[in-house]
Design a protein around this ligand. Structure first.
Ligand code: NAD
Length: 357
């Protein structure tokens, strides 16, 4: 098992990054330090980590306000902290935004990843006791028909500017391993859901709209299929990979919960109604079909047997249980919701009101 003294988490103020940092401190048994390097875009929110800041801030947890597109800033953080592991989440992550404004995606996801790799190569030189772990998506594999799964060796076939930028960053990471011997691991995961998820994405948007009696916008016929991974299970998978994964390998991470979007929305309606003491079908009349997203991939389904067999990882919750915990979290955290809906972010969401995933 690999051990680290200081883990540099990029994008730690985002949805998955903040859940990962919480997992590292609360569940993994890790004794070292974690540095959260984040630009704090509309998607980054330090309120997602107030409990960690309070308990570990200044001793084992540190925040660095840095843009990964600023190579000198990245290099300085690496030098100052002496990090021996980089877990790279920072990205522009929303497919719809990549369609209306692809430029930011190319900058952050490609140039930003390149800067990090260069900084790691320069700072670590030929060290072998270090690791660069890159977080990516199953969307790099393209779209599936009614059958079949994505495996680690499935050929890349990205369809949106977002998935193309992530595919490019995956290739860069692997190229730095093969060309320069940089110790890397890579993971491609399916759609995450859970606490601290920004309400532009399908599940939190639907939960909040149920609570507020607003329309539940569903793209197309609602039959696009996604696999849903509980974010805490994703965090435990990343921990397994960075500590025990084979250097130079990639691992798929999935929830093995394949559902059409419409089924997900119906289930949210039922759980939200139950949690609010309403009749089971109370919120279903809010479902509204909206024009499909351009190039909307029909089905993603991921095979994660490699991670399960080789590293002994498994999911901890069923989709229904994970969704119930998520609905309860949104009910119990109105301050966090208000904070992410304010300012820039709020303006954007009001202008672009449709189903997201
Ligand atoms: N959310 C999912 O379902 C999902 C699925 C597959 C893969 N992923 C990947 O996981 C990673 C994290 O996703 P997420 O959903 O937590 O994203 P997110 O949008 O919630 O968070 C992204 C974080 O990165 C930060 N960031 C953005 N640009 C930056 C820059 N230039 N410099 C420094 N920080 C910057 C933001 O401030 C934010 O805190 C991404 O790489 C994404 O591609 C996400």
């Amino acid at each position: 098992m690999r051990e680290f003294k200081t883990i540099l988490v990029t994008g730690g103020a985002g949805f998955i990054g903040s859940n990962f940092i919480r997992h590292v401190f609360r569940k993994s048994g890790y004794k070292g330090k974690a540095v959260n390097l984040d630009k704090l875009t509309y998607a980054g929110n330090l309120l997602s980590l107030t409990d960690i800041e309070k308990e570990y801030g200044g001793t084992r947890y540190f925040f660095e306000h840095v843009d990964i597109c600023d190579k000198a800033g990245v290099m300085k953080t690496l030098k100052d902290t002496g990090a021996d592991c980089i877990v790279h989440f920072a990205a522009e992550s929303h497919v719809d935004r990549s369609i209306t404004g692809p430029g930011e995606f190319i900058q952050t996801n490609l140039i930003g990843t390149f800067n990090l790799l260069e900084a790691a190569r320069e700072f670590w030189k030929d060290r072998k006791d270090v690791l660069f772990h890159h977080i990516s998506t199953d969307e790099v594999y393209g779209s599936l028909g009614d059958i079949g799964y994505f495996f680690e060796d499935t050929a890349y076939d990205p369809r949106s500017p977002y998935s193309a930028s992530k595919a490019g960053s995956d290739h860069l990471v692997m190229a730095y391993h093969h060309t320069y011997g940089l110790p890397v691991t890579l993971s491609n995961c399916s759609n995450n859901y859970g606490p601290y998820h920004f309400p532009e994405k399908l599940i939190p948007l639907m939960i909040l709209n149920c609570f507020e009696g607003k329309p539940l916008p569903v793209y197309g016929d609602g039959m696009n299929v996604r696999d849903w991974l509980y974010v805490e299970d994703h965090a435990s998978a990343i921990w397994k990979i960075i500590t025990d994964g084979k250097i130079g390998d990639k691992y798929n991470v999935g929830g093995e919960n394949e559902r059409p979007n419409l089924e997900v929305v119906n289930l949210i309606c039922e759980i939200a109604a139950g949690e609010n003491g309403k009749p089971k079908d109370e919120y279903k009349s809010l479902i509204t079909y909206v024009k499909d997203r351009p190039g909307h991939d029909r089905r993603y389904a991921i095979n994660c047997d490699k991670l399960k067999k080789e590293l002994g990882w498994k999911q901890s919750v069923t989709f229904e249980d994970g969704l119930r915990q998520t609905v309860r979290w949104y009910l119990n955290n109105p301050e966090w919701i208000e904070s992410v809906r304010s300012g820039e972010y709020r303006k954007w969401i009001e202008k672009n009101y449709a189903a997201r995933d």
